[in-house]
Design a protein around this ligand. Structure first.
Ligand SMILES: C[S@@+](CC[C@H](N)C(=O)[O-])C[C@H]1O[C@@H](n2cnc3c(N)ncnc32)[C@H](O)[C@@H]1O
Length: 318
């Protein structure tokens, strides 16, 4: 049976404030969490099927290859906490090898996660399946874990999909260090997208079908609903670029015209032609630089596995 604690813990006022603060900042920006309304979550699933977007495929293949070796060192019967679980498909693969007693899926996209989790719970009656709506920006995962009683199970975090790349290295370090504050913390299994030639990186965020462009622009539809804003999608174009100084992909929405956008409560912003809203950073690492980050966050890296051609890496760190 599924236990689900949905949107009631997601502070809607805080979400609106975050959006308005970003829109009115001197360099307008929006945190990537605003991508993930229901349509955005479906568009992200479509992105993972694109030939140009390799992260999901490579990570899935890597897990298949290393499942046996990793399962021997990850605690059995743990509470498996899936951070940004999405459609929950990646965690399922661990169920028959590490036999979690509790599967705790956390995500801001509660409407999208719920039916995925319902199906999963029906297929795994032996596991206590819990869904928690949360915004990592307003509640640290270790505090969220405390919302349910997980008895004496060790806690194993699973953070796949290179979502950690959305944080700056400094914020990633603080976020990962925070996880270690969880009572009975046992370890973290985390997936990271590795640095590769610029052409490959940019193609993954600017596919010829325009799926990633739609995913990016959908953030404006989300804000139109959330803030009662009047973004006109035709007035914006998708931009993806690689910033080699920071080692990150950036996504922006660029204004095609001079325009004004307004939202509820008298909020407004004027955008010149070619002005941008920065919507995502996705930091890429090499194997050693991410291991160093884990070390700075207080972890000891027990095992690192990576796909061939420096695609993605998985770290088990305690
Ligand atoms: C890149 S997707 C990864 C989904 C899935 N774990 C995978 O690897 O395919 C990022 C996930 O994190 C969730 N997410 C993004 N920002 C969040 C936030 N601030 N708090 C909680 N969840 C968030 C999104 O809704 C989405 O499901």
């Amino acid at each position: 049976m599924l236990e689900f604690h949905g949107a009631e813990h997601i502070d809607q006022e805080r979400l609106k404030n975050d959006a308005m603060t970003g829109l009115t900042a001197p360099a307008a920006s929006l945190p990537p969490k605003f991508f993930y309304d229901e349509l955005g979550s479906k568009l992200f699933e479509a992105i993972t099927a694109l030939p140009e977007y390799q992260v999901t495929r490579l990570e899935t293949d890597l897990v298949s290859k290393e499942l046996g070796a990793l399962s021997r060192i990850i605690p059995q019967h743990a509470c498996l906490v899936d951070l940004g679980a999405g459609n929950c498909q990646k965690a399922v693969r661990w169920f028959d090898t590490i036999h979690p007693s509790v599967y705790l899926a956390m995500d801001i996209a509660v409407g999208f996660m719920r039916p995925c989790l319902q199906k999963l719970a029906e297929g795994h009656p032996e596991i206590r399946v819990v869904g928690l709506g949360t915004d990592f920006a307003s509640e640290f995962p270790h505090a969220t874990v405390n919302r349910i009683n997980i008895a004496a199970a060790p806690v194993v975090y699973f953070y796949p999909g290179s979502s950690i790349g959305n944080f700056s290295p400094e914020s990633a370090q603080a976020f990962l260090a925070g996880l270690r504050q969880t009572p009975r913390f046992a370890g973290l299994l985390i997936g990271v997208d590795l640095l590769k030639p610029e052409k490959e990186l940019v193609a993954a965020y600017d596919d010829p079908l325009g799926v990633t462009a739609s995913f990016n622009k959908n953030i404006l539809l989300h804000l139109n609903r959330l803030l009662g804003a009047d973004f006109v999608l035709e007035n914006w174009q998708h931009v993806a670029l690689f910033d080699s100084f920071h080692g990150r992909i950036e996504m922006h929405l660029e204004s095609r015209v001079e325009q004004s956008v307004t939202w509820q409560g008298g909020g407004h912003r004027k955008f010149q032609r070619a002005a941008r809203i920065h919507t995502e950073n996705s930091y890429k690492y090499d194997l050693q630089s991410f291991a160093d980050l884990l070390l700075r966050a207080g972890y000891s890296v027990k095992k690192t596995v990576s796909s061939s051609a420096s695609g993605v890496a998985l770290y088990w760190a305690t």
